[in-house]
Design a protein around this ligand. Structure first.
Ligand SMILES: Cc1cc2nc3c(=O)[nH]c(=O)nc-3n(C[C@H](O)[C@H](O)[C@H](O)COP(=O)(O)OP(=O)(O)OC[C@H]3O[C@@H](n4cnc5c(N)ncnc54)[C@H](O)[C@@H]3O)c2cc1C
Length: 319
């Protein structure tokens, strides 16, 4: 069992500008465009903004990308920032953090580790910042997490066993479509995709009651049904047993966000009123984004507070 004290952020995707297509557009329009940034994520909103007024060529006004985007931030024309999108994976964060994160709807997309498909027996945990550095309190939290994992494992096994009566095995096989209707009210095994290597699927079309009777009498049929329903039974057990996992359970989430939405997130969750763990994430993200695209995020500051925690600050809120 691993205990995380801080989040990990991976920037796994960034946008690219198609130079050939951008040039084709400029040629078709009989104009040109020169920008000084090398970062495609900064070029795209500049180009988007310039399309609004066709301010290319000799109408290019502000010459540098920094000036151009700086003006966008100044006047709050934030919609052009939506054209730049970043992809992240966050790990080492708790389920309570992601519960808050996914409240950010506009301009965000999420794909999160499933606690139904993934067995959480090997779960890791996140130590809330307030406990960090206090050995006694950290010890209590860790002990609770260890005990909880044991309970989770026991409950998962007990439930998975409970779902092994003949009737339940047949129900699960029907639910998983391992048993499919061949003629009204009569079911046979689906031909494709189900495990047949260890035990051969029982042959024949039977009613549900007849399949149940077969499983009661035939050990090989039991083995086959158990294998064919394993994933479904485990998923059903896990989805119930996860109820005992704490908010501190570590999770992983793939996040896609546009630059405008990210700014909003870093302001709300980097604020002093935000919860400590998500505030730390917002501050780390802010520092990364300042390097990643300085003309989009360079107006932010990350300030250290007297208690050692941090907050974000900008004079351009909610553009
Ligand atoms: C310190 C703090 C404490 C909080 N406490 C609580 C709490 O106790 N309980 C709770 O339930 N939540 C709480 N929240 C969550 C908060 O209410 C928001 O759900 C969350 O911060 C997302 O903000 P948002 O809606 O602005 O962001 P997004 O959903 O990303 O939206 C961005 C912006 O788009 C616009 N927008 C989005 N959707 C709509 C819409 N449907 N209609 C009109 N405009 C829209 C708004 O201008 C919005 O600000 C808290 C948040 C913070 C930062």
């Amino acid at each position: 069992m691993k205990v995380f004290n801080k989040p990990q952020i991976y920037i796994v995707g960034r946008q690219t500008l198609s130079l050939a297509e951008a040039q084709r557009f400029l040629t078709d329009e009989g104009t040109s465009w020169a920008t000084d940034t090398t970062i495609d994520g900064e070029k795209l909103p500049e180009m988007a903004g310039r399309v609004c007024y066709m301010s290319f060529g000799d109408k290019q006004g502000r010459k540098s990308n920094r000036d151009y985007l700086g003006h966008i931030l100044e006047v709050g024309h934030g919609s052009v920032l939506e054209h730049t999108v970043f992809n992240f994976i966050f790990t080492g964060i708790s389920r309570s953090l992601t519960h808050e994160l996914i409240r950010h709807r506009a301009g965000f997309g999420y794909s999160q580790l499933s606690q139904r498909y993934v067995d959480e027996r090997d779960a890791n945990f996140v130590m809330p910042p307030a406990f960090q550095g206090d050995a006694a309190l950290e010890g209590e939290v860790k002990k609770f997490c260890e005990d909880t994992l044991k309970l989770y494992g026991d409950l998962t096994d007990k439930l998975a066993d409970k779902y092994s009566t003949p009737k339940q095995l047949v129900d699960f096989a029907l639910r998983e479509e391992a048993l499919t209707e061949r003629e009204p009210g009569r079911f046979g095994f689906a031909d494709k995709g189900k495990p047949t290597d260890e035990v051969k699927a029982p042959a024949g079309n039977r009613t549900v009651a007849e399949w149940t009777t077969l499983v009661e009498a035939d050990k090989d049929a039991v083995k086959y049904f158990k294998k064919a329903t394993l994933t479904a039974r485990r998923k059903t057990a896990r989805e119930a047993a996860r109820a005992v996992l704490p908010n501190a359970t570590e999770t992983k989430i793939f996040v896609t966000a546009n630059a405008r939405a990210l700014r909003h997130f870093m302001e709300l969750r980097g604020d002093i009123h935000a919860e400590a763990e998500i505030r730390a994430l917002a501050c780390d993200l802010c520092l990364l984004m300042k390097k990643e695209a300085p003309n989009l995020f360079g107006d932010y500051e990350v300030v250290t507070l007297p208690d050692g925690s941090r907050r974000t600050k900008t004079s351009h809120r909610k553009v």
